[in-house]
Ligand binder design. Structure first.
Ligand SMILES: [Zn+2]
Ligand SMILES: [Zn+2]
Length: 347
């Protein structure tokens, strides 16, 4: 395949995703070529597809997609691991380990992060740094889709760790999309006693209930803040997680937290937006408000181990499978669908 062509999805602009025949990537010393077996759709991809603000990060047209898993089909010189034929996944980020942020252990904030795009394609070239810091072999009993979902899971695990969800905590999650649902699974795993989740779609809320949500709130029909106060005897919850990414829901999250509690603003908002926060809430309420961005290689590894050990079942999140040729349609479905969570693209 090194001299051949491959199919790959390229994003040209807002809602303009095309599958093209392009040159297969050539690998260099220290690199590998992976045949992608499954790539899962992600809220970030959907936002980029809908808002097109990808311009701030990368030049258009761009290779698209970042959650993938596949087989190593070519190995460059000097590569001692992985071997040809191995099933692997890799994260979409590889920190440099050298910059100020990395030296402080803030690998997710690396100032020279190597990002990897192009999961919606037949093949992907994996750079040496990514192989070194953020790639794992997939155990045989784990399928490619589960392995691809290690990426968002790692981000959620990092956020939940920062928010320090503890045994017996009450947790409110705003948004029952793929990220909100992963937060639900992780909050339960960390021992949360009561997880309340809100969304605008009944279909998604029922899905959340099936995954273990204790209370569901349709924010279209009910006053979410009022309902959370009712469910917690007026106190609010120990931890609130915003998993949508709008300033209005970021602000709403602040009104659901108990005194002494924590608000994790997880969903990325549109650029140049702000929120208003009560100084009383922060001071007299002793509330902690935090953001979290992406994840570190350690979290990717832990996420892989959690899935591999059977400790967390992410399989139900893939609600549809579609071939690469239908990717434009897949993203249109995700834009309008009420019941689809994640679509696995199979090249
Ligand atoms: Zn993702
Ligand atoms: Zn760095």
């Amino acid at each position: 395949m090194s001299n051949g062509k491959m199919k790959a999805a390229m994003l040209y602009g807002v809602k303009d995703l095309r599958v093209e025949d392009i040159e297969s990537p050539q690998i260099d010393k220290g690199e590998i070529l992976v045949e992608i077996k499954a790539a899962t759709s992600c809220g970030t991809d959907l936002k980029i597809f809908q808002r097109g603000y990808v311009k701030k990060i990368i030049e258009l047209p761009t290779a698209f997609g970042h959650e993938w898993a596949g087989d190593v089909v070519e190995v460059g010189n000097n590569v001692t691991w992985p071997r040809k034929g191995m099933r692997i996944r890799a994260g979409n980020s590889a920190p440099c380990l050298r910059c100020k942020m990395c030296q402080n252990g803030k690998y997710n904030l690396c100032e020279d992060m190597l990002w990897l795009w192009g999961a919606y394609a037949e093949y992907i070239r994996v750079p040496a740094r990514t192989i070194l810091v953020n790639a794992q072999e997939i155990p045989l009993h784990i399928n490619y889709e589960e392995a691809a979902m290690v990426e968002p899971l790692a981000c959620v695990m990092y956020g939940a760790e920062k928010a320090n969800i503890k045994l017996g905590d009450s947790v409110a999650i705003i948004g029952a999309g793929p990220i909100g649902l992963l937060h639900l699974l992780i909050a339960k795993k960390r021992g949360a006693e009561k997880v309340i989740i809100s969304d605008l779609l009944d279909e998604r809320l029922e899905f959340a209930q099936d995954l273990g949500a204790d209370e569901i709130i349709n924010a279209k029909n009910e006053d979410t803040i009022e309902r959370i106060r009712q469910l917690t005897k007026g106190y609010g919850v120990n931890v609130v997680i915003e998993a949508i990414g709008f300033p209005s829901t970021w602000e709403q999250a602040l009104k659901m937290v108990s005194k002494g509690g924590t608000v994790l603003e997880f969903g990325g908002c549109p650029p140049d937006t702000n929120i208003v926060m009560s100084t009383e809430l922060l001071h007299y309420g002793d509330v902690t408000v935090m953001g979290s961005f992406h994840a570190t290689p350690i979290h990717f590894k832990r996420a892989m181990n959690l899935v591999a050990s059977g400790g967390l079942n992410v399989k139900p999140l893939v609600t549809r499978r579609m071939p690469l040729d239908k990717i434009q349609e897949a993203f249109e479905i995700l834009t309008t669908s009420k019941s689809d969570i994640k679509i696995a693209i199979i090249p």
